[in-house]
Design a protein around this ligand. Structure first.
Ligand code: FAD
Length: 291
Protein backbone atom coordinates (compact mmCIF):
# COMPACT_ATOMS: atom_id res chain seq x y z
CA UNK A 1 0.00 0.00 0.00
CA UNK A 2 1.18 3.51 -0.75
CA UNK A 3 1.36 5.67 2.38
CA UNK A 4 -0.43 8.36 0.38
CA UNK A 5 -3.53 6.13 0.61
CA UNK A 6 -3.27 6.15 4.43
CA UNK A 7 -3.23 9.96 4.25
CA UNK A 8 -6.34 9.83 2.06
CA UNK A 9 -8.16 7.42 4.39
CA UNK A 10 -7.37 8.81 7.84
CA UNK A 11 -8.05 12.20 9.34
CA UNK A 12 -4.78 12.08 11.28
CA UNK A 13 -1.74 9.94 10.48
CA UNK A 14 0.62 8.87 13.27
CA UNK A 15 3.90 7.13 12.45
CA UNK A 16 7.26 6.12 13.92
CA UNK A 17 10.89 6.25 12.81
CA UNK A 18 13.42 3.56 13.73
CA UNK A 19 17.03 2.99 12.71
CA UNK A 20 18.71 -0.28 11.67
CA UNK A 21 21.29 -1.94 13.93
CA UNK A 22 24.58 -0.04 13.87
CA UNK A 23 28.14 -1.25 13.30
CA UNK A 24 28.46 -4.95 12.68
CA UNK A 25 25.36 -5.80 14.73
CA UNK A 26 22.89 -8.23 13.20
CA UNK A 27 19.22 -7.47 12.76
CA UNK A 28 18.33 -9.98 15.51
CA UNK A 29 19.64 -7.43 18.03
CA UNK A 30 16.70 -5.17 17.32
CA UNK A 31 13.96 -7.79 16.80
CA UNK A 32 12.40 -6.97 20.18
CA UNK A 33 12.61 -3.22 19.61
CA UNK A 34 10.87 -3.51 16.25
CA UNK A 35 8.26 -5.87 17.67
CA UNK A 36 7.45 -3.53 20.55
CA UNK A 37 7.28 -0.42 18.36
CA UNK A 38 5.20 -2.29 15.78
CA UNK A 39 2.68 -3.17 18.49
CA UNK A 40 1.96 0.48 19.31
CA UNK A 41 -0.61 1.02 16.59
CA UNK A 42 1.24 3.43 14.28
CA UNK A 43 0.03 3.85 10.70
CA UNK A 44 3.47 3.11 9.30
CA UNK A 45 7.11 2.91 10.38
CA UNK A 46 10.04 4.55 8.61
CA UNK A 47 13.56 3.12 8.65
CA UNK A 48 16.61 5.37 8.35
CA UNK A 49 19.43 4.81 5.87
CA UNK A 50 23.07 4.94 6.95
CA UNK A 51 24.58 7.26 4.37
CA UNK A 52 27.92 6.17 2.97
CA UNK A 53 27.58 2.52 4.00
CA UNK A 54 28.07 -0.24 1.45
CA UNK A 55 25.06 -1.78 -0.26
CA UNK A 56 25.91 -5.15 1.20
CA UNK A 57 26.05 -3.86 4.79
CA UNK A 58 22.93 -1.80 4.49
CA UNK A 59 20.14 -3.12 6.71
CA UNK A 60 17.43 -0.58 5.92
CA UNK A 61 15.71 -2.91 3.51
CA UNK A 62 15.98 -5.87 5.90
CA UNK A 63 14.40 -3.89 8.77
CA UNK A 64 11.72 -2.46 6.45
CA UNK A 65 10.92 -5.97 5.29
CA UNK A 66 10.64 -7.18 8.90
CA UNK A 67 8.16 -4.39 9.64
CA UNK A 68 6.10 -4.95 6.51
CA UNK A 69 6.27 -8.68 5.92
CA UNK A 70 6.40 -9.97 9.52
CA UNK A 71 4.52 -7.33 11.49
CA UNK A 72 2.14 -6.32 8.69
CA UNK A 73 2.72 -2.57 9.03
CA UNK A 74 3.49 -0.37 6.04
CA UNK A 75 7.18 0.58 5.88
CA UNK A 76 8.88 3.68 4.52
CA UNK A 77 12.52 3.02 3.58
CA UNK A 78 14.81 6.07 3.71
CA UNK A 79 17.28 6.27 0.82
CA UNK A 80 20.08 8.81 0.30
CA UNK A 81 21.76 9.56 -3.02
CA UNK A 82 25.01 11.48 -2.58
CA UNK A 83 28.13 9.36 -2.71
CA UNK A 84 26.15 6.66 -4.43
CA UNK A 85 26.27 5.65 -8.07
CA UNK A 86 23.20 4.76 -10.11
CA UNK A 87 24.45 1.20 -9.99
CA UNK A 88 24.51 1.20 -6.15
CA UNK A 89 21.08 2.75 -6.01
CA UNK A 90 19.73 0.22 -8.50
CA UNK A 91 20.84 -2.62 -6.23
CA UNK A 92 18.96 -1.11 -3.28
CA UNK A 93 15.91 -0.30 -5.39
CA UNK A 94 15.80 -3.91 -6.59
CA UNK A 95 16.16 -5.19 -3.01
CA UNK A 96 13.22 -3.00 -2.02
CA UNK A 97 11.10 -4.25 -4.90
CA UNK A 98 12.00 -7.88 -4.09
CA UNK A 99 10.80 -7.30 -0.52
CA UNK A 100 7.57 -5.63 -1.57
CA UNK A 101 8.59 -2.25 -0.09
CA UNK A 102 6.48 0.34 -1.86
CA UNK A 103 7.40 3.59 -0.10
CA UNK A 104 10.68 5.52 -0.10
CA UNK A 105 11.79 8.70 1.70
CA UNK A 106 14.03 10.20 -1.00
CA UNK A 107 16.95 12.11 0.53
CA UNK A 108 20.20 13.64 -0.52
CA UNK A 109 22.12 12.69 2.64
CA UNK A 110 24.63 14.80 4.55
CA UNK A 111 27.88 15.85 2.96
CA UNK A 112 30.70 13.99 4.73
CA UNK A 113 33.01 15.95 7.02
CA UNK A 114 35.86 15.81 4.48
CA UNK A 115 33.55 17.49 1.95
CA UNK A 116 34.21 14.84 -0.70
CA UNK A 117 31.28 14.09 -2.97
CA UNK A 118 31.07 11.62 -5.80
CA UNK A 119 28.30 9.70 -7.54
CA UNK A 120 25.55 10.53 -9.97
CA UNK A 121 23.32 12.83 -7.89
CA UNK A 122 23.77 16.11 -6.04
CA UNK A 123 20.29 16.79 -4.71
CA UNK A 124 17.23 14.91 -3.50
CA UNK A 125 15.02 16.09 -6.36
CA UNK A 126 17.28 14.16 -8.77
CA UNK A 127 16.73 10.99 -6.75
CA UNK A 128 12.96 11.62 -6.77
CA UNK A 129 13.03 11.85 -10.59
CA UNK A 130 15.18 8.72 -10.80
CA UNK A 131 12.86 6.71 -8.52
CA UNK A 132 9.92 7.69 -10.69
CA UNK A 133 11.70 6.18 -13.70
CA UNK A 134 12.57 3.03 -11.75
CA UNK A 135 9.22 1.94 -10.42
CA UNK A 136 5.87 2.72 -8.95
CA UNK A 137 6.96 3.87 -5.49
CA UNK A 138 5.17 6.11 -3.05
CA UNK A 139 7.68 8.91 -2.47
CA UNK A 140 8.13 11.19 0.52
CA UNK A 141 10.71 13.91 1.05
CA UNK A 142 12.30 15.91 3.89
CA UNK A 143 11.71 19.55 4.83
CA UNK A 144 13.16 21.93 7.39
CA UNK A 145 10.97 24.32 9.42
CA UNK A 146 14.05 26.41 10.33
CA UNK A 147 15.68 26.03 6.90
CA UNK A 148 18.28 23.43 5.93
CA UNK A 149 21.63 24.21 7.60
CA UNK A 150 23.40 24.62 4.24
CA UNK A 151 20.93 26.98 2.68
CA UNK A 152 21.49 30.74 2.86
CA UNK A 153 18.05 31.46 4.28
CA UNK A 154 14.64 29.89 4.72
CA UNK A 155 13.13 31.58 1.64
CA UNK A 156 15.84 30.10 -0.59
CA UNK A 157 15.33 26.70 1.05
CA UNK A 158 11.57 26.87 0.39
CA UNK A 159 12.28 27.63 -3.30
CA UNK A 160 14.41 24.48 -3.41
CA UNK A 161 11.70 22.56 -1.60
CA UNK A 162 9.22 23.69 -4.26
CA UNK A 163 11.44 22.01 -6.88
CA UNK A 164 11.28 18.76 -4.90
CA UNK A 165 7.53 19.03 -4.46
CA UNK A 166 7.08 19.75 -8.18
CA UNK A 167 9.09 16.61 -8.96
CA UNK A 168 6.12 14.81 -7.44
CA UNK A 169 6.31 13.78 -3.80
CA UNK A 170 3.29 12.43 -1.97
CA UNK A 171 4.05 14.14 1.31
CA UNK A 172 6.81 15.74 3.41
CA UNK A 173 8.27 14.95 6.82
CA UNK A 174 9.83 17.75 8.85
CA UNK A 175 13.06 17.76 10.71
CA UNK A 176 12.49 17.86 14.45
CA UNK A 177 11.46 21.14 16.05
CA UNK A 178 10.98 21.98 19.72
CA UNK A 179 8.85 25.07 19.33
CA UNK A 180 5.50 24.55 17.61
CA UNK A 181 5.28 28.21 16.57
CA UNK A 182 8.26 27.60 14.28
CA UNK A 183 6.24 24.85 12.57
CA UNK A 184 3.06 26.96 12.28
CA UNK A 185 5.01 29.88 10.74
CA UNK A 186 6.68 27.47 8.34
CA UNK A 187 3.35 26.10 7.13
CA UNK A 188 2.16 29.68 6.48
CA UNK A 189 5.29 30.35 4.43
CA UNK A 190 4.90 27.12 2.46
CA UNK A 191 1.28 27.99 1.64
CA UNK A 192 2.32 31.47 0.53
CA UNK A 193 4.79 29.77 -1.82
CA UNK A 194 2.08 27.51 -3.24
CA UNK A 195 3.11 24.38 -1.32
CA UNK A 196 0.09 22.50 0.01
CA UNK A 197 1.57 18.98 0.05
CA UNK A 198 0.61 17.03 3.22
CA UNK A 199 3.23 17.54 5.92
CA UNK A 200 4.08 15.29 8.84
CA UNK A 201 5.41 17.10 11.89
CA UNK A 202 8.58 15.38 13.12
CA UNK A 203 8.69 15.14 16.91
CA UNK A 204 11.71 13.90 18.79
CA UNK A 205 11.44 13.25 22.53
CA UNK A 206 14.68 14.59 24.00
CA UNK A 207 15.50 12.40 26.96
CA UNK A 208 19.22 12.94 27.50
CA UNK A 209 21.81 15.69 27.19
CA UNK A 210 23.71 13.90 24.44
CA UNK A 211 20.75 14.34 22.10
CA UNK A 212 20.96 18.11 22.57
CA UNK A 213 24.61 18.03 21.48
CA UNK A 214 23.64 15.97 18.40
CA UNK A 215 20.88 18.47 17.57
CA UNK A 216 23.36 21.33 17.82
CA UNK A 217 25.90 19.72 15.53
CA UNK A 218 23.57 18.00 13.07
CA UNK A 219 20.53 20.15 12.50
CA UNK A 220 20.75 23.36 14.53
CA UNK A 221 17.10 23.28 15.67
CA UNK A 222 16.29 26.09 18.10
CA UNK A 223 16.21 24.93 21.71
CA UNK A 224 13.58 27.02 23.53
CA UNK A 225 14.39 28.53 26.94
CA UNK A 226 11.61 26.41 28.41
CA UNK A 227 13.49 23.29 27.30
CA UNK A 228 16.91 24.55 28.42
CA UNK A 229 15.39 25.02 31.90
CA UNK A 230 14.34 21.36 31.92
CA UNK A 231 17.79 20.17 30.86
CA UNK A 232 19.56 22.33 33.44
CA UNK A 233 17.25 21.19 36.21
CA UNK A 234 17.30 17.44 35.56
CA UNK A 235 20.53 16.75 33.65
CA UNK A 236 21.95 14.72 36.57
CA UNK A 237 18.79 12.70 37.13
CA UNK A 238 18.37 10.31 34.21
CA UNK A 239 14.82 9.24 34.98
CA UNK A 240 13.56 12.73 35.74
CA UNK A 241 15.05 14.05 32.48
CA UNK A 242 13.52 11.15 30.55
CA UNK A 243 10.07 11.79 32.03
CA UNK A 244 10.34 15.54 31.43
CA UNK A 245 11.39 14.87 27.80
CA UNK A 246 8.40 12.57 27.31
CA UNK A 247 6.03 15.14 28.85
CA UNK A 248 7.48 17.88 26.61
CA UNK A 249 6.95 15.78 23.45
CA UNK A 250 3.40 14.90 24.56
CA UNK A 251 2.63 18.59 25.11
CA UNK A 252 3.94 19.40 21.63
CA UNK A 253 1.82 16.67 20.05
CA UNK A 254 -1.35 17.64 21.92
CA UNK A 255 -0.92 21.24 20.81
CA UNK A 256 -0.28 20.21 17.19
CA UNK A 257 -3.34 17.97 17.10
CA UNK A 258 -5.52 20.60 18.77
CA UNK A 259 -4.34 23.06 16.11
CA UNK A 260 -5.52 20.78 13.33
CA UNK A 261 -2.19 19.26 12.26
CA UNK A 262 -2.96 16.12 10.28
CA UNK A 263 0.17 13.99 10.69
CA UNK A 264 2.80 13.32 13.38
CA UNK A 265 6.03 11.38 12.88
CA UNK A 266 7.67 10.27 16.12
CA UNK A 267 11.44 9.84 16.08
CA UNK A 268 11.62 6.88 18.48
CA UNK A 269 15.44 6.62 18.64
CA UNK A 270 14.71 2.86 18.93
CA UNK A 271 13.40 3.41 22.44
CA UNK A 272 10.13 1.44 22.81
CA UNK A 273 9.65 2.57 26.43
CA UNK A 274 9.55 6.23 25.44
CA UNK A 275 7.41 5.59 22.36
CA UNK A 276 4.96 3.56 24.45
CA UNK A 277 4.65 6.25 27.14
CA UNK A 278 3.93 8.87 24.48
CA UNK A 279 1.33 6.68 22.79
CA UNK A 280 -0.36 5.97 26.15
CA UNK A 281 -0.60 9.71 26.76
CA UNK A 282 -2.12 10.59 23.40
CA UNK A 283 -4.14 7.52 22.48
CA UNK A 284 -7.55 8.93 23.44
CA UNK A 285 -6.67 12.22 21.70
CA UNK A 286 -5.65 10.38 18.53
CA UNK A 287 -8.89 8.40 18.69
CA UNK A 288 -10.91 11.58 19.12
CA UNK A 289 -9.28 13.43 16.20
CA UNK A 290 -9.76 10.40 13.96
CA UNK A 291 -13.49 10.07 14.65
P1 FAD B 1 18.01 18.35 -0.60
O1 FAD B 1 16.55 18.55 -0.67
O2 FAD B 1 18.73 17.94 -1.82
O3 FAD B 1 18.63 19.73 -0.04
C1 FAD B 1 19.97 19.79 0.42
C2 FAD B 1 20.46 21.23 0.38
O4 FAD B 1 20.65 21.64 -0.98
C3 FAD B 1 19.50 22.24 1.00
O5 FAD B 1 20.28 23.26 1.60
C4 FAD B 1 18.73 22.79 -0.22
O6 FAD B 1 18.23 24.09 0.02
C5 FAD B 1 19.83 22.77 -1.28
N1 FAD B 1 19.34 22.55 -2.65
C6 FAD B 1 18.37 21.70 -3.05
N2 FAD B 1 18.24 21.72 -4.39
C7 FAD B 1 19.18 22.59 -4.85
C8 FAD B 1 19.57 23.05 -6.14
N3 FAD B 1 18.93 22.63 -7.25
N4 FAD B 1 20.60 23.95 -6.24
C9 FAD B 1 21.23 24.40 -5.12
N5 FAD B 1 20.89 24.02 -3.88
C10 FAD B 1 19.89 23.12 -3.73
N6 FAD B 1 20.07 11.43 6.43
C11 FAD B 1 20.57 10.17 6.26
O7 FAD B 1 21.77 10.03 5.96
N7 FAD B 1 19.80 9.06 6.44
C12 FAD B 1 18.48 9.16 6.77
O8 FAD B 1 17.79 8.14 6.92
C13 FAD B 1 17.91 10.46 6.95
N8 FAD B 1 16.61 10.62 7.26
C14 FAD B 1 16.07 11.88 7.35
C15 FAD B 1 14.69 12.02 7.62
C16 FAD B 1 14.12 13.28 7.74
C17 FAD B 1 12.64 13.41 8.01
C18 FAD B 1 14.94 14.44 7.60
C19 FAD B 1 14.34 15.82 7.76
C20 FAD B 1 16.29 14.32 7.33
C21 FAD B 1 16.88 13.04 7.20
N9 FAD B 1 18.24 12.86 6.91
C22 FAD B 1 18.76 11.60 6.76
C23 FAD B 1 19.14 14.02 6.80
C24 FAD B 1 19.27 14.54 5.35
O9 FAD B 1 19.89 13.55 4.55
C25 FAD B 1 20.13 15.81 5.41
O10 FAD B 1 19.43 16.84 6.06
C26 FAD B 1 20.68 16.29 4.08
O11 FAD B 1 21.72 17.24 4.36
C27 FAD B 1 19.67 16.95 3.17
O12 FAD B 1 18.85 16.04 2.57
P2 FAD B 1 17.60 16.50 1.67
O13 FAD B 1 17.03 15.29 1.08
O14 FAD B 1 16.73 17.43 2.42
O15 FAD B 1 18.42 17.34 0.52
Amino acid sequence: MKIKEIFDQKKVVFSFEVFPPKGGMTIEKIYNTIEEISSLGGDYISVTYGAGGSVRDNKTCEVSSLIKNKHGIEALSHLTCINSTKNNLDQIINQLKDNNIENILALRGDIPNNGEIYGDFKYAYELINYLKEKGNFGIASACYPEGHYQCENIDEDIKRLKEKVDSGVDYLITQLFLDNNIFYNYIDKLNKNGIYTPIEAGIMPIINKKQIETINTLCGATIPDKFIKIINKYEHDKEALRDAGIAYAVEQIVDLLSSGVKAIHLYTMNNPYVAKKIVENISSILKSVNE
